[in-house]
Design a protein around this ligand. Structure first.
Ligand code: 6R9
Length: 645
C-alpha cells in the first residue's frame, strides 16, 4: 500500500497521488510571481464570448469588478460546452431519490432540460435581471431551474426547503422575486411532506410574485390558484428543447443567497458571474483533484446553502463532473444509506460536514465497515472546524487510511474555497485547514491590525480581493461596508468573523466564529478547542461548548455532550473524567464549569450547532429565536436535564 507518509501528526502526500494530482507547486509559484496574471490564467478555464480588458478593477473598493468587460454565459459553461466537446453522453447527475427511485441525466439530457426551462421562463415574461425564488428539495429540477436562470441572466435566490413560509416570504419580498419554483411535496423519512402549502402561504399577498411553477414530486394534493400556478410537467416538459444562450457581462448578478446573520434580518449576499465561476471551477478542479470522465463526485450539501451552489452546481458542472445527487437524510431508511450510495455508484470524491462525520462516529464503524468503500480516493470537509479526532476517524474508516482529506474553509460571502490543503501538494495535519490557496491572501491579526506570529490567536482577514468575493448585500450596501469592511477600514481588509492561528509549524487553524471565542479569567479559549478535547475522549460522540457569564471569571465554560453508543452514563464520575480529560488535553483553565449529557444538540439546517441558544440555556434565559432550528423540540430534554441537574 502506498498511502501517504505519516510523520508524527503530519501526513505528507503520497508520491503516487502527487504524480497524477491536478495541482502542483507551480500554482503557488505562479500566484506569488503575479497574482492577477494567475487569475487571468485561471479565467481561461472557461469559455468567454468576449475577452476582458482588465483582470481587476478595485477603484470602487470594497466593490470589485473582475474580468472587466468580459462576457460569458454561465450555463453554457456548465452544460453546452461539454456537449459540444463530444461529452454529451457522459452522465452529469446520478439522482438517488429518498424512496429509492433513480434517474441519470447525461449532459445531453441536461442541455435539453435546461433549454426547456429557459424557454418556459421566457414565455412567462421573465427578462435578464429579474429575480426567481427556488424553494425545492434536492431533485434534478432544482439544479435545472438554477441553470435556466443562469442561462437567461435571471438572478436566482434559492431558499432551503426546510425553511418556514415566513422565512421564504421575507426572502421573496427582499429580492422582489417574480417567479417561485417549488414542488407539491418532498420525501422525508419515507413519507411525503407538503411544501407547496408553505409556498402558498408565503406567496399570499406577496405582490412581486406573478407565477408559481410546481414540480410534481410526491403526488400529494395541493391547493391551486388558477392563472398564477403552473405545473412543471404541463409547461417545461412541453417546451422546445432548443435554446440559444446569449452572453452576459462578467459582473452580471448570478444569484442572491441569504445567510442567517447572528442578529437582525438575513443578509442577501450577491454573487456575480465571471469571477465567481472562475474561482468555483479552479477550486473544484484543484482542491478535489477532480478528473472528468473517471471520478464520481458526491457533495452531500443541500442547494439551499452556498456549498450546494458552488460545489454541486457551478464548480462541478463547469468541470464536466459525474456526480451523485441524493434527496434524503443519511439515515433513511437506515444508517447505511450513504455507504450504500458510495458503493453503488463508486463514489471517488466525497465532500461532507464534520457534524455528519461525528454522527457516523456515534453510529459506530461497523456500519461503514459493512460496505466496499474502496472507490473513495479523496475526502473533503466543510462548514465548521473539524476536530482532530473526527479527522482521523474520517481518514481511517472512510478513507482506508490513505485518502487525503481537504479541510476547506470558506463562507457564503467568499463564494468559493479560500483556505485548504491542495491534495498531492500540501502535507496535512488533523484539524488544520493548512494554508490559503494559491491566488488567495489571508492574514491573522489582532485588534490593532498587527500580524500575529505563530501560536497567537487572532482574527482571520482577507487582505486582497478575490474573484468569487461577494459584491454586496442586496439592497443594503451600507450594511455590506459596515459588516465586513469597517473593522479594518484603514487597511482595507475583509473581516471574516472567524478566529484563527498559525501553529508552530505555520499550519493555519480556524478556531470558529469570534463570537464563539470565550474569555475565561483573561484567557482566550475557543469553544471548538474544548469541543475537540471532549470529543477526543472515548465516551463522547459530539460536544457543544459555550461561554456563559460568570461573576468571577468573566465567562465560564459550559459543555453539552452526546455519548457514544453503548457508553454508560456514570453521572458524576463521567463528568469528573471529562473535566480531567480537558485539563490534560488543553489546560486546567479550559475545564468546563458544567457538563450536561444530552441526547441531541440544536442545529441549524446547514448543520451548525446553535451556540447562541445553548448560551441561553446555560445562562438560564428564555430561549430566543428558534425559527432556523431543524427541530426545536431538542431543547426539551436539555432543559429537563438542567432543572434536574
Ligand atoms: C461554506 C460555509 C461560514 C462559516 C465560516 C466558519 C465556518 C466553514 C470551515 C469553517 C472551520 C472550516 N466554517 N468551513 N470553520 N473550518 N473548514 O460553511 O459557509 O454557511 O456561510 O459558513 O462556517 O465559521 O465563517 P457558511
Amino acid at each position: 500500500m502506498s498511502g501517504s507518509q505519516q510523520v508524527g501528526d503530519v501526513f505528507a502526500p503520497s508520491l503516487e497521488f502527487a504524480t497524477v494530482a491536478n495541482a502542483g507547486p507551480e500554482l503557488q509559484a505562479a500566484a506569488d510571481a503575479d497574482r492577477l496574471a494567475f487569475w487571468d490564467t485561471q479565467a481561461r478555464r472557461l469559455d468567454w464570448a468576449s475577452p476582458w480588458s482588465e483582470v481587476l478593477d478595485w477603484s470602487d473598493a470594497p466593490v470589485a469588478k473582475w474580468f472587466v468587460g468580459g462576457e460569458l454565459n454561465v450555463a453554457y459553461n456548465c452544460v453546452d460546452r461539454h456537449v459540444l466537446a463530444g461529452n454529451g453522453d457522459r452522465v452529469a447527475i446520478h439522482f438517488e431519490g429518498e424512496p429509492g427511485d433513480t434517474r441519470s441525466l447525461t449532459y445531453h439530457d441536461l442541455l435539453a432540460e435546461v433549454s426547456k426551462a429557459a424557454n418556459t421562463f421566457t414565455d412567462l415574461g421573465l427578462v435578464a435581471g429579474d429575480r426567481v425564488a427556488i424553494y425545492m428539495p434536492m431533485i434534478p429540477e432544482a439544479i435545472i431551474a438554477m441553470l435556466a436562470c443562469a442561462r437567461l441572466g435571471l438572478t436566482h435566490s434559492v431558499v432551503f426547503g426546510g425553511f418556514s413560509s415566513h422565512a421564504l416570504r421575507s426572502r421573496i419580498d427582499d429580492a422582489q422575486a417574480k417567479l417561485l419554483v417549488t414542488v407539491d411535496g418532498q420525501w422525508r423519512r419515507g413519507a411525503p411532506a407538503p411544501l407547496k402549502a408553505a409556498a402558498d402561504e408565503a406567496v399570499s399577498g406577496a405582490e412581486s410574485v406573478e407565477h408559481v411553477l410546481v414540480v410534481k414530486r410526491t403526488g400529494i394534493d395541493v391547493e391551486w390558484t388558477e392563472g398564477r400556478d403552473l405545473w412543471w410537467h404541463e409547461t417545461v416538459e412541453k417546451a422546445s428543447d432548443q435554446h440559444t444562450p446569449v452572453p452576459f457581462d462578467a459582473e452580471h448578478p448570478l444569484f442572491i443567497l441569504y445567510t442567517s446573520g447572528t442578529t437582525g434580518k438575513p443578509k442577501g449576499i450577491i454573487h456575480t458571474s465571471g469571477g465567481y465561476l472562475t474561482q468555483a471551477s479552479y477550486t473544484h478542479h484543484n482542491v478535489f483533484d477532480h478528473k472528468p470522465g473517471t471520478d464520481v463526485y458526491w457533495c452531500t450539501a443541500d442547494i439551499g446553502w452556498v456549498t450546494g451552489h458552488t460545489y454541486i452546481v457551478y464548480g462541478p458542472l463547469s468541470n464536466g463532473v459525474t456526480q451523485v445527487v441524493y434527496e434524503g437524510t443519511p439515515n433513511s431508511p437506515n444508517e447505511h444509506r450513504h455507504f450504500e450510495i458510495i458503493e453503488k455508484y463508486g463514489v471517488s470524491i466525497y465532500y461532507t460536514a464534520p457534524t455528519l462525520i461525528r454522527t457516523f462516529m456515534k453510529w459506530g464503524r461497523a456500519i461503514p465497515d459493512a460496505h466496499d468503500l474502496s472507490s473513495i480516493r479523496l475526502l473533503g470537509s466543510v462548514g465548521e472546524p473539524i476536530n482532530p479526532e473526527a479527522w482521523r476517524w474520517y481518514r481511517e474508516v472512510i478513507g482506508a487510511n490513505s485518502a487525503p482529506i481537504v479541510d476547506t474553509w470558506w463562507q457564503t460571502e467568499t463564494g468559493a474555497i479560500m483556505i485548504s490543503p491542495l491534495p498531492g501538494v500540501t502535507a496535512t495535519k488533523p484539524g488544520s485547514a493548512m494554508a490559503p490557496l494559491p491566488g488567495i491572501s489571508a492574514k491573522i491579526v489582532d485588534d490593532e491590525a498587527h500580524e500575529l506570529g505563530h501560536g497567537g490567536n487572532g482574527y482571520l482577514v482577507l487582505d486582497q480581493p478575490w474573484p468569487a468575493m461577494l459584491r454586496g448585500i442586496w439592497g443594503d450596501m451600507d450594511r455590506y461596508r459596515e459588516t465586513y469592511w469597517s473593522r479594518y477600514a484603514e487597511q482595507g481588509w475583509y473581516f471574516a468573523g472567524d478566529g484563527a492561528k498559525y501553529d508552530e509549524d505555520g499550519a493555519l487553524w480556524v478556531l470558529g466564529r469570534v463570537d464563539d471565542v470565550m474569555n475565561v479569567s483573561g484567557h482566550r479559549i475557543s469553544t471548538s478547542e474544548v469541543e475537540s478535547a471532549l470529543v477526543s475522549h472515548p465516551a463522547v460522540a459530539e460536544a457543544a461548548v459555550v461561554g456563559a457569564a460568570d461573576d468571577t471569571t468573566g465567562q465560564g465554560i459550559v459543555a453539552f455532550v452526546i455519548l457514544r453508543e453503548n457508553v454508560e452514563n456514570t453521572g458524576d464520575q463521567l463528568v469528573k473524567d471529562l473535566r480531567d480529560h480537558v485539563a490534560v488535553e488543553i489546560s486546567p483553565i479550559a475545564k468546563p464549569r458544567q457538563i450536561s449529557v444530552v441526547p441531541e444538540l440544536p442545529k441549524t439546517r446547514s448543520g451548525k450547532i446553535m451556540r447562541r441558544l445553548l448560551r441561553d440555556v446555560a445562562e438560564g434565559r428564555e430561549l430566543g429565536d428558534t425559527s432556523t432550528l431543524v427541530d426545536p423540540s431538542v431543547f426539551e430534554p436539555i432543559r429537563v436535564h438542567r432543572s434536574q441537574g
